[in-house]
Write a protein that binds this ligand. Structure first.
Ligand SMILES: *Cc1c(COP(=O)(O)O)cnc(C)c1O
Length: 394
């Protein structure tokens, strides 16, 4: 019997999406066409926002949000060290300085009290992340930003479908951004979406994604050079989303509730398999929030260290189980250390947590048998570590 790998992540794509992408390919209109607007409208409807701008990645969307808000050299942006690196890199792209604040040990999102303390006259925005999909504190960050009259940029790349304080993730930011890489709740291959209720910002993003061309819809016939196609009002980028990606996005949005329900069922299976293990802290959702499961990331309890965690992950990988260490802290990445002089101990809560997290395989293709195998293998590797220490085999 051959053992096949249990992958960390994977997309959920059906004939519905394939038919929509095929329709685009047969139409001959591969960029700047009707599918992108359909996808943008679907996102607006779902989130209750008035404007959406599809872009080539979540990172591109965050970058444009910062440019559109006029954030640049000399400015500070308060953000989290416990995230995928893109959420801090975009601050560097515009020449501003990320000001990290430590996280709340339960939600693993920025501690709201520390956000408040970190704000200075140079702070031009708060960039909040629903880390690992956890929607906690979004309404609090929104209130802090409002009180200080600075924008909240919401990086919702991991949180499509989640809710906090009765509202959807992606509705809290002056600008909110989603990403659709194949490990996210829905995918477009590569792709992202900026959402906002601010027409001026949305128009600026429309122009910025399209080489600084005027935001009006008059862009020639599918982007063939005619009059206004060669007029550039500002320094822009090519951050457009193509029609094949948008078609995939339309199909995924049609099935969003089904996909989220399937992901929720996988999370439930992990909870029942692992909740009895005293060495694990399972993901925590506060009672004002509803989780949309992006990943399933338990962490080892506080007596464990990074080396033990890494051995556990390596042990799982030997069994062809795609476990991973989500996330290493951003401030400890080599070029952040070099550029800003960060060191271990600067954000101790985030560091302690990130040394003990284990991302387990998480996607809609997992069977109950897969979940059992992953859970049992995880428990075996944990038991080996505790045994090494001379503790009882548990
Ligand atoms: C995935 C992700 C991004 C970037 O999305 P891409 O589409 O891969 O560029 C940004 N922030 C967070 C928190 C993410 O998880």
């Amino acid at each position: 019997m051959s053992v096949s790998e249990i992958k960390l992540a994977g997309p959920d794509i059906t004939e519905h999406e394939i038919a929509l992408v095929e329709q685009v390919l047969r139409s001959g209109r591969l960029s700047i066409g009707p599918m992108l607007e359909r996808f943008e409208d679907a996102m607006c409807l779902r989130l209750g926002r008035t404007r959406a701008v599809g872009v080539s990645s979540g990172t591109a969307g965050l970058h444009l949000a910062l440019v559109a808000l006029g954030i640049g050299p000399g400015d500070e942006v308060v953000t989290t060290p416990f995230s995928f690196i893109a959420s801090a890199n975009v601050i560097l792209y515009v020449g501003a300085r990320p000001v990290f604040v430590d996280v709340d040990p339960k939600s693993l999102n920025m501690d709201p009290a520390r956000v408040e303390q970190a704000i200075t006259p140079r702070t031009k925005a708060i960039l909040a992340v629903e880390a690992l999909g956890n929607p906690s504190h979004m309404a609090e960050y929104e209130a802090i930003a409002k009180r200080h009259e600075i924008p909240l940029i919401e990086d919702s790349c991991e949180a499509l479908g989640g809710r906090n304080a009765g509202r959807p993730c992606g509705s809290f930011g002056r600008v909110s951004v989603f990403g659709f890489y194949p490990n996210k709740q829905i995918t477009t291959g590569e792709g992202g979406m900026i959402v906002t209720d601010d027409d001026r910002l949305a128009d600026r993003c429309l122009s910025l994604r399209n080489q600084g061309r005027p935001a009006s819809k008059d862009v020639g016939d599918g982007g063939i050079a005619t009059g206004s196609w060669l007029a550039h009002e500002r320094l822009g980028f090519n951050y457009r989303m193509d029609e094949m990606s948008a078609a995939l996005g339309v199909g995924q949005m049609d099935r969003l509730d089904k996909i989220l329900a399937k992901r929720g069922a996988v999370a439930d299976m992990y909870f029942s398999a692992l909740s009895g293990n005293a060495h694990l802290v399972l993901p925590n959702v506060d009672d004002r929030s509803e989780m949309s499961w992006f990943v399933f990331v338990p962490r080892l309890e506080s007596t464990f260290g990074g080396e033990e965690r890494d051995r556990i992950i390596a042990g799982m990988r030997r069994h062809e189980i795609g476990a991973a260490n989500y996330f290493p802290c951003i401030h400890l990445q080599p070029f952040y250390r070099e550029r800003f002089g960060y060191k271990e101990g600067d954000f101790p809560i985030a560091e302690r947590v990130s040394q003990r997290t284990i991302a387990l395989p998480f996607h809609t293709g997992l069977t109950p048998q897969d979940i059992d195998l992953v859970s049992q293998t995880l428990e075996l590797m944990i038991a080996r570590e505790t045994h090494l220490r001379g503790e009882e085999w548990s």
